[in-house]
Design a protein around this ligand. Sequence first.
Ligand code: ZN
Length: 90
Amino acid sequence: MNDDRLEICHACGGPLILKRVEKLLRSGVHTAIVEVGAEVCQRCGEQLFSAETVRQFEKIRGKLARQETADFLPLGQSFQVSPVEGQPSS
Ligand SMILES: [Zn+2]
């Protein structure tokens, strides 16, 4: 099968390996964590998802937006923290 997979990272040219990763999806006030297969760059950590995986992300985001979270497993609350002021270290 020859789909849209790349052999090397488009950002840095490093080698890609297939890994399970946790992807954070956010829509409206809801956030979902999805474990998916992705090609991950061993050099810079760039994550590449297949077109099919991206379609699944869009479906999940749509469900979050419509509050259709009945078949999702609750994982506790999410919090938003206001930005922490800090001096850039120079
Ligand atoms: Zn890379």
